[in-house]
Design a protein around this ligand. Sequence first.
Ligand code: PLP
Length: 452
Amino acid sequence: MSLTNSNFDDVRNWDIEHHLHPWEGMEDPAAYERTFVEGGEGIYVTNEAGEKFIDGPAGMWCVQVGYGNTDIPQAMAKQALEMAYVSPFSNSNSASAQLAHEIAKRTPGDLNTVFFTTGGSTAVDSALRFVQFRNNLMGKREKKVIISRQKAYHGSTYLSSSVSGKERDKGWLDQAEGLVYFLPNVNPYVRGKAQTVAEFLDEKVADLENAILEIGPEKVAAFIAEPILASGGVIVPPKGYHKRCLEVCRKYDVLYISDEVVTGFGRLGHWFASEAVFDIVPDIITCAKGLTSGYVPMGACIISDRLIEDISGDASKGATFSNGFTYSGHPVSAAAALANIEVFERDHILEHVHKVTPLFLERLHALAELPLVGDARGEGLMGCVECHVKAEGDQLSMDHEVGGMIDAHCAKMGLLLRPLINMCVFSPPLVIEEAQINQMFDILGEGIRRTT
Ligand code: PLP
């Protein structure tokens, strides 16, 4: 339907009157100052007034190949014209079969079975349900508890939100009670002042082991972890953390789910970060976002051969994995993902991320010199500045909305960020060039200075 007869005030009013946005306060929808993003090219987006911004968060950590790519939409159009939809129940289609094959070629170890979903939340949900299914079939019906971590974000379905660890999101929505155990924050920045990083690491690994022992290993089904906690504030755990946690999981027959919804598809310079960056081969990987560079929704939950073998053949007892979506493996999404992979390879996107990451991290770490900034951290093309506003004991207070103030200053200078309480996070499109990285950090530095 064409909007040509409508002026932009109508559009804004429709949005206020009829459109409930995610994560939004209910007090007064009209009070939100919303950027209407109407166009984009490369790392830039334009608003309804034609103003241009660097898209610091790449949409929502997802527009890996940048805006305005034509290969992906052309592949989608071709697929939609040939066959727009196939039910994934009993049927299949070439695009989703080929995509499963291409994903399996790029995953670590024996993670070779791909279950398609509609996005990241449903990938996590399906991973958790698969764990339940497998344990129940294997007669381990007591193994139900999922261990997660404070500050984790795993999604917005009932189950994936229940394993998410952001307290501020939980006040008014019910959670799956008794199913989840949260480990304390793994952010080295908030460790006690007297503690070394090595001691902090030992403590965090011990937190996991102690939790398993406290709950009882026979009751713990899985540990779920983002390699880097993304919307928790780009929390990079100390080196060796994931490997040691995996060892603990193996010791107690606890499955390890690596939530790569953000880190998958190039964000850290690899198809998947679990093995390439963190030296682990988990039991399940979840991904979404960068899988299609955000051009169309899709997610996947990728399961190891070991888990599949546990419940195949006679061990299957004739059971059905009763979990799936009308749009699992949607052919148009699969065509988009296949084209996205082709673009990554043709344009050497992973190599490009390796090339520009040193400058990104150098400029990021330099922000720590600014008086307002307590910590400037990141990995690959993910970054966060965390402002310290006041110290309480040996912990830094997190209750100040200074991130929004920095974001407002930066927006005026042409940079969009993602403010989170006292932090701003950013994860630009992977195609960002070095000059654009400099432009982005010049603005960010100035935005922080103006906030001081
Ligand atoms: N897992 C992680 C690590 C995420 O960051 C997100 C979303 O930001 C999700 C899961 C949920 O993905 P989606 O919003 O596509 O459902």
